[in-house]
Design a protein around this ligand. Structure first.
Ligand code: NAD
Length: 505
């Protein structure tokens, strides 16, 4: 069985992949298991060497990967070319710091029971990690999780979205092309393939919708395997009256429209303090009007690259959600100051600014994942914080104010895993910090320095006796004299005052 992959820009077939069945998934995972032990045993330095060679292969093949990515996602060239460099950055970061993050710990004895023991905490990988990803950043999202897992010593299976498997499967074929050990593979298919993977691996890292994430967490719990979930969002932007409005407007437009708004951390709703509301809205509308929408290609080819700012939506179902959110808002009294409807062929939707919106509308409550900017006027920062937190999601948020200290105080009142002050998305590039959705936006975190690689490990405790008498005082046989002596000694050491140390009443 196979799946046809279509360009969302014009509906043409751009590739075919096989729809891999549960038995193929199980067999692929078993094959990986056979090679994982030697991958773990070659040590971090050797694994990092393979990853660096793979980085070079990715960069050498960047244009080809971006072209394929464009064909299946409808992204403009400018956005199709950011995924490989992002993956290269993750390789650079974790291959440089990973060894330190995985160094075994040798804590000192904390009490008499372990005085003569050597204690070690050793980070050993889950043998096979499954990475299941969505269609919005097919290469970056798959590799940013696969890379630390591989460096930890795990074998990795990537299951990309059935809408966008072409660029990532080509990218993963590069691993074999450089002659690396066979511990990284790609399985294509839809939800059933992903479900079979959850049934076969030892750890699941999932990026996608809250609905699918919940199903995966439920199945992982039944199997008693851990999972990390990066899910949906409804990220707010707060614009306070002392904000640099030019920068805030530019950030809002890029943050909300970039990748046609199909970013988990997209600016999905904006709250602006009343004194600057009109000025801010005018600036946003002016910038949105300037955006160019269409399909370009690589630099130098027909339709030279960097000609368009906004591409298509990734598929028809997504285009339908965006249309519904905009139509329902307008029917309920909202106004589209610019945009507001599908554009041209395929799944293009005009970049849209909505005002007169409120929290009864889907566009302010549900994840839109489209090129829309609903903007709401608020009386003050307190109202902005209250509305920003009025959501089941908690992925990230943005605050604009010239008073950075105030912005950071506001950040601490927001229920979100990351807050950017006077910026959008920068936390995604801060690899030493965790990227973690709160509430319905996720479970666990990716990145975050040591956490981002240790999460692919089970920590093993190894305790060795440095002295080895024939027997130990606590072992058999129990005798009154020795038993009482042990009891008095332990009490003497554990108690923190003289009366209890001496066992006095
Ligand atoms: P989706 O949940 O429909 O699919 C994601 C992946 O899960 C696909 O590969 C799909 O085949 C697979 N899948 C579906 N059912 C499955 C099952 N029962 N078991 C295992 N795998 C299964 O999501 P989508 O529509 O592809 O992506 C859009 C969503 O992704 C949005 O909600 C967006 O917010 C979210 N997202 C989150 C982040 C983040 O880091 N938080 C990043 C990007 C996208």
């Amino acid at each position: 069985m196979s799946i046809e992959i279509r360009s969302p820009a014009d509906g043409s077939v751009v590739g075919v992949v096989s729809d891999q069945q549960p038995n193929e998934v199980t067999e692929a995972v078993e094959r990986l298991r056979e090679h994982q032990t030697s991958w773990e045993n070659i040590g971090f330095a050797e694994r990092a060497r393979w990853l660096r060679r793979y980085r070079d292969w990715l960069l050498d093949n960047e244009d080809q990967l971006a072209r394929i990515l464009q064909s299946e996602t409808g992204k403009p060239w400018a956005e199709a070319t950011i995924e490989v460099p992002y993956a290269a950055d993750v390789i650079n970061y974790y291959s440089k710091h990973g060894q330190r993050f995985l160094t075994e710990e040798t804590p000192r004895a904390h009490g008499p029971m372990t005085l003569t023991k050597r204690q070690r905490a050793v980070h050993r990988p889950y043998p096979v990690a499954g990475v299941i990803t969505p269609w919005n950043f097919p290469v970056a999202l798959s590799l940013m999780d696969a890379i630390p897992a591989l460096l930890a010593g795990a074998a990795v299976v990537v299951k990309p979205s059935e809408f966008t498997p072409l660029a990532i499967s080509t990218a993963l074929a590069g691993w074999a092309e450089i002659g690396a050990p066979p511990v990284l593979t790609c399985l294509t298919g839809a939800g059933a393939t992903g479900a079979a993977l959850v049934d076969a691996v030892d750890y699941v890292q999932f990026t996608g919708s809250t609905r699918t994430g919940t199903a995966i967490a439920t199945r992982a719990a039944e199997r008693l395997i851990p999972c990390g979930l990066e899910l949906g969002g409804k990220d707010p932007m707060l614009v306070l009256s002392d904000a640099d409005l030019d920068r805030a407007a530019n950030a809002a437009v890029w943050g909300g429209i970039c990748n046609s708004g199909q970013m988990c951390t997209s600016v999905e709703r904006i709250y602006v303090e009343a004194p600057v509301y009109e000025d801010f809205v005018n600036r946003v509308v002016a910038r949105v009007r300037e955006l160019r929408q269409g399909t370009d290609g690589p630099v130098g080819a027909a339709g030279a690259g960097f000609r368009y700012d906004v591409g298509a939506l990734a598929n028809q179902a997504q285009a339908e959600i965006v249309r519904r959110h905009v139509d329902e808002a307008i029917q309920a009294g909202a106004k589209a100051l610019v945009g507001g409807k599908p554009a041209g062929t395929g799944t293009f939707f005009e970049p849209t600014v909505l005002v007169d919106v409120d929290h009864t509308m889907a566009c302010m409550r549900e994840e839109t994942f489209g090129p829309t900017l609903p903007i709401m006027k608020v009386a003050n920062a307190d109202e902005a914080v209250r509305l920003a937190n009025d959501t089941p999601y908690g992925l990230s948020a943005t605050v604009f104010t010239r008073d950075t200290e105030h912005g950071e105080r506001i950040a601490r009142r927001l229920e979100a895993g990351a807050v950017n002050v006077n910026d959008v998305f920068t936390n995604l590039f801060a690899l030493p910090l965790p990227m973690a959705g709160w509430k319905q936006s996720g479970m666990g975190a990716r990145n975050g320095g040591a956490h981002g690689i240790r999460k692919y490990c089970r920590t093993q405790a190894i305790v060795s006796s440095r002295v080895a008498p024939r027997s130990e005082p606590m072992w058999y046989p129990y005798r009154p004299l020795r038993g009482n002596l042990v009891r008095r000694l332990t009490r003497f050491v554990m108690a923190r005052d003289l009366r209890r140390r001496l066992g006095l009443r």
